[in-house]
Design a protein around this ligand. Structure first.
Ligand code: ADE
Ligand code: ZN
Length: 319
């Protein structure tokens, strides 16, 4: 049975498969420090979030043209559509690409071309979310955000990602306030590796509409009660949490307790090319591990649409 799903936590650059990294490196004349796809893949063993990010940022250097962005967006959407995705809210890291000399327009127009083609071909709807790096100064995020707003780039919202520990959400108060004032949606990674208090800051200081990961809320019963009361969407990525050692094993993942508590959880793939699979693989893994019922799976699927930025009518037509 394939349930219709909304994918709300997917980093475009995290869908860059090793084979595509080699193909783009060859096309763009870039020397990779690996002889083969197998040698690259052998590095996909991570101790924590940072050990993954180091490789993730190095690999995305093969993206050099607008066409490259279109190609990887199309490849991701092909794969996602096959696993039941009917709506996607796609993250990308503008700072990474601007740093390499691409313009915001080149990046966004390539991604948008891929998104629009998939909507025409399969009816997969989309939103595009620019994620700012929390390891970089807030001033860098603000500079790009102002460019997005003043040059009217086709962006639906902003997010906050990258290294979490030591970079609390409150550092980005002004950035998020500016984004909200200009009608952009706001989400943030919080409580992936970082403490429950970072989730509280994301709610109180950044005033996010959705929390990415959020699993560490389970350390703080008062926060759980609040998240349940507010029915705050939490975009949980089980295979990512295992591969980045946010949990020891899948059996230790707090998903069953989160569902039991009444949290508004949905399942997502984060960086599927790095963590062992796309949305369908994440769902199969937890369904098997925790013997989820059809009713649990239907709740997770419904939560994915209810947590999305689709309006009410569009949400109903997608389900
Ligand atoms: N960027 C890509 N994947 C990420 C993750 N899991 N956490 C933080 N930043 C990311
Ligand atoms: Zn993420």
């Amino acid at each position: 049975m394939i349930l219709p799903l909304a994918e709300l936590h997917i980093h475009l650059e995290g869908s860059l498969e090793p084979e595509t990294i080699f193909a783009l490196a060859s096309k763009n004349g870039i020397d990779l420090p690996y002889e083969s796809v197998e040698e690259l893949r052998a590095h996909y063993e991570f101790n924590n979030l940072q050990s993954f990010l180091d490789l993730f940022y190095a690999n995305m250097a093969v993206l050099r043209t607008s066409e490259d962005f279109k190609e990887i967006t199309t490849a991701y959407l092909n794969r996602a559509h096959a696993s039941g995705v009917r709506h996607v809210e796609l993250f990308f890291d503008p700072q990474a690409h601007i740093e390499r000399g691409l313009s915001l327009s080149e990046v966004i127009s390539g991604i948008r071309a891929g998104l629009e083609e998939a909507e025409q071909r399969w009816g997969v709807t989309h939103k595009l979310i620019a994620c700012f790096w929390r390891h970089a100064p807030a001033a860098s995020a603000m500079e790009i955000l102002k460019m997005i707003v003043t040059e009217n780039h086709a962006i639906d919202g902003i997010g906050l990602d990258s290294s979490e520990l030591g970079f609390p959400p409150e550092l980005f108060e002004e950035v998020f306030s500016y984004a909200r004032e200009h009608g952009l949606h706001v989400v943030a990674h919080a409580g992936e590796e970082g403490p429950a208090d970072y989730i509280r800051q994301a709610l109180d200081v950044l005033k996010v509409e959705r929390v990415d990961h959020g699993i560490r809320c389970m350390d703080d019963p008062e926060l759980v009660a609040r998240l349940v009361k507010e029915q705050m969407p939490l975009t949980v990525c089980p295979l990512s949490n295992v591969r980045l050692r946010a949990v020891e094993t899948l059996a230790d993942h707090p998903l069953p307790q989160m569902l039991e508590a009444g949290l508004k959880v949905s399942l997502h793939s984060d960086d599927p090319a790095y963590f062992g699979g796309y949305l369908d693989a994440n769902i199969s893994a937890v369904a098997e591990q925790f013997s989820l019922t059809v009713s649990d799976l239907a709740t997770l699927a419904r939560n994915s649409f209810e947590g999305s930025f689709l309006d009410e009518a569009a949400r109903k037509s997608r389900l």
